[in-house]
Write a protein that binds this ligand. Structure first.
Ligand code: FES
Ligand SMILES: [Fe+2]
Length: 342
């Protein structure tokens, strides 16, 4: 599978990396440990002690450093061994690879490229502490390639079938095509459903023009908001992007991230919830419960698909019209990956 390396990958929710508790993960097959220093700053380095390869994520945070708890070598935040119990000298090559790491919008992001990390390339998500939104959050681990989850998130026609009983959006997501716009580092998806039941949390007998839009960005970040508008709004905006302030019902936002851990394994992190003017904590909690139901439906389908593909190495997809979003994004990934190699 092809993935872009010069990108910020979401390693974990910030709240799950507290001071004093190293967090071990893999990204693009590389074992990484992330730990929080007493001043709140983060450090990320290879999760493999230079001595005998023990995982540093089983280590102990000490001041600004991390001690391997097998034979006690102490690392500073720059990945250098500063102390070896029982000997005075530390060899100059006693160090592990470090990774640029930033914390933004409630996520811990790790730069996997060999080039200088570009802070401007962190996608603009919405943090759990944003006062405008009431976001709940969660994650699930997949026995599947991250690319299959990306493909799923790029083709919402599956909502009509995979989520027939959870999201209950009817068949319009499959029958009608969205408006898709290429972006520098992703694609933008937009669609209207006119004269429809409210998205969430309102009297289901009422009717609205529902709008949904998301950006799907390298390396697998989905940022989506949707909401209900007064009937006639879709026509008023010529079925294009509406004025957000005109939304009158069910405005909600979701951040989602797909991180390739290693071949055949991925982590899916998500938040979801209402705008503070369109819901409360009870609605948020119900949305997260619904998200777990729906995202488990995706997981069941994608992991089963992964098993079939694993047994069919020569299988070639037969794209449908809905696949143009998948193809646009896949071509972008291949182009950027090729530039990296060049
Ligand atoms: S493996 Fe880490 S100190 Fe021995
Ligand atoms: Fe889905």
């Amino acid at each position: 599978m092809t993935y872009v390396r010069n990108a910020w990958y979401v390693a974990e929710w910030s709240v799950n990396v507290p001071v004093g508790k190293p967090f071990g993960t893999t990204i693009l097959g590389e074992p990484i440990v992330i730990f929080r220093k007493p001043d709140g700053g983060l450090a990320a380095m290879a999760n493999r002690c230079v001595h005998r390869g023990a995982p540093l994520s089983l280590g102990r945070c000490e001041a600004d450093g991390l001690r391997c708890m097998y034979h006690g070598m102490l690392y500073n935040a720059a990945g250098c061994v500063t102390e070896i119990p029982g000997q005075d000298a530390v060899p100059p090559n006693a160090k592990v690879k470090t990774y640029p790491v930033v914390e933004k919008d409630s996520w811990v992001w790790v730069w996997m490229g060999d080039t200088v990390a570009d802070a401007a390339l962190v996608p603009k998500a919405i943090g759990l502490d944003d006062p405008n939104w009431l976001l709940g959050h969660g994650h699930m681990d997949y026995d599947a390639e991250a690319q299959l989850i990306n493909d799923n998130l790029l083709d919402f026609s599956h909502l009509s079938y995979v989520h027939a009983s959870s999201f209950q959006v009817g068949d319009s997501f499959a029958q009608e095509q969205p408006v898709v716009t290429p972006l520098d580092r992703g694609i933008r998806y937009e669609r209207w459903t006119t004269n429809a039941a409210p998205p969430l949390g309102a009297n289901p007998t009422l009717r609205f023009d529902n709008y949904i839009t998301y950006d799907f960005l390298i390396p697998g970040i989905l940022l989506m908001w949707s909401g209900g508008f007064p009937l006639g709004t879709a026509a008023k905006f010529n079925h294009g992007r509406p004025d957000f302030d005109l939304a009158c019902n069910g405005v909600n936002f979701t951040n989602q991230a797909v991180t390739p851990l290693q071949p055949g394994k991925a982590r899916y992190l998500f938040s979801w919830g209402p705008h503070c003017k369109h819901g409360d904590a009870i609605l948020r909690d119900n949305m997260i419960k619904l998200a777990y139901v729906a995202f488990n439906e995706d997981k069941t389908m994608i992991e089963a698909q992964q098993k079939v593909l694993h047994r069919s190495p020569d299988f070639q997809i037969m794209p449908s019209r809905h696949d143009r979003t998948v193809l646009l994004y896949t071509r972008l990934v291949e182009k950027l990956a090729k530039q990296e190699v060049a």
